[in-house]
Design a protein around this ligand. Structure first.
Ligand SMILES: Cc1cc2nc3c(=O)[nH]c(=O)nc-3n(C[C@H](O)[C@H](O)[C@H](O)COP(=O)(O)O)c2cc1C
Length: 202
């Protein structure tokens, strides 16, 4: 099949786009609200965009509670100029799902999900103590995407936390961390297996 995206003429019950662009890693974005309280929410329009300097991005839909309002993570990353990406391992999926609920601004999702707030080292926002790894970031740029429906927040990584037990033979081992990823619909995947492929010019 082929369809054009101007009128999404796929004829399917659900838009397949997110299933096609998958798996997407899940970033738990932690930020500080204006009153200094913490905010936490999962984002799967997230990825690394550069490794030197290390940079990441997440995209936030400017809609909350059915209104055209910027979500708290994007609002805080823009206003405070920093955010932290917390990687979600499979043991944290329940907490991740709790923290996606649309709570009012100022509600601390760390508390709602029963997660440990650890003090940031290079940024003021806390990170998730249970996360296998966390990337502290300084907001580099915010880009408005077409239709005003999404904004892209780009951050430069200023500090990296890794749980010691996620390191094996000097490598960060994703099979220990068992990262989970977002697919389409309500589907998720978990990394259990890794294969290595050398490049022809290695
Ligand atoms: C696995 C997962 C991935 C998500 N990815 C995104 C995303 O990429 N962009 C987005 O705007 N919302 C995404 N959401 C929804 C937000 O987590 C949700 O709207 C949350 O309430 C936003 O919280 P905030 O206002 O504190 O930022 C995702 C939810 C889940 C469960």
């Amino acid at each position: 099949m082929f369809y054009t995206t101007d009128n999404n003429s796929h004829g399917l019950a659900h838009d397949p786009f997110k299933a096609i662009v998958s798996p997407r890693p899940i970033a738990w974005i932690s930020t500080l609200n204006e009153d200094g309280s913490a905010n936490l929410a999962p984002y799967s329009f997230f990825n690394g965009v550069n490794d030197s300097p290390p940079m990441v991005m997440f995209a936030s839909q400017t809609q909350k509670h059915g209104f055209n309002t910027v979500k708290d993570s994007a609002r805080n990353a823009r206003a405070q100029g920093e955010f932290t990406v917390n990687i979600v391992g499979h043991t944290l999926k329940r907490e991740m799902n709790i923290s996606t609920e649309h709570f009012d601004y100022g509600v601390d999702e760390f508390d709602k999900a029963g997660l440990t707030k650890m003090p940031g080292q290079s940024v003021a926002c806390p990170y998730v103590g249970e996360a296998p790894a966390a990337l502290e970031c300084r907001t580099y740029q915010v880009v408005d995407l077409p239709n005003g429906k999404y904004e892209l927040i780009i951050g430069e990584v200023t500090g990296v936390h890794i749980k010691d037990e996620m390191l094996r033979n000097g490598r960060y081992d994703v099979t220990l961390a068992k990262h989970i990823a977002r697919l389409g619909y309500r589907d998720y995947a978990q990394i259990n297996e890794v294969f290595e492929l050398n490049r022809p010019d290695d």
